[in-house]
Write a new protein. Sequence first.
Length: 207
Amino acid sequence: PLFGNPWIFIRGVPSMQFLPPEGPAEVAFAGRSNVGKSSLINALTGQRGLARTSNTPGRTQELNYFVPDGFSGEGADLPPMALVDMPGYGYAQAPKAQVDAWTKLVFDYLRGRATLKRVYVLIDSRHGLKKNDEEVLALLDKAAVSYQVVLTKTDKIKAGAVPHLMADTQARILKRPAAFPEVIATSSEKNEGLDALRDAILTAIAR
Ligand code: GDP
């Protein structure tokens, strides 16, 4: 039912003091800009326009919170969970100050958020794990936050190459302390792997 119903954007968080009070279990999505993060959040929730909010200028450096609609957010009427769209990383031309601000916001959030159950790290199937992805995985290991790798845009590579890429990616994260070993392959375009990801999210928030 969580994923069958409408979701809404509730808040953009530019720094820690603007985080919503801890309550619902959260899962967050991270990835290089253009990895397909907005498309995946839209596909997961079945709402085309939902994550566009996060891609509008001004919102790109914020943690964007989405919750299932129909909960006041007060008292006993808290939403059952929240999805958090983390700002994209890896812009080639990003000034150092911006990279530093990203790292600070993200690390503060990762370290300080008890209700954060898992981070889904999105990797473009065509590119695989890049150096800045590995840096983010290292940050997650350091913060001891459970994370799982999700391959995006699998429709852009040959179908036969997907199992190989999954196995290769899995092998590369095997020794990482906070990594969940199973890699999920998705295509928002072809609606593939979405049920596997929804199941993984529901399992993660039930922990
Ligand atoms: P974000 O910057 O990570 O939020 O990425 P977007 O969701 O905006 O996607 C970046 C580009 O990749 C857009 O042109 C999307 O249409 C395209 N894209 C996203 N997901 C897929 C997918 O599963 N398959 C294909 N072929 N293209 C995708």
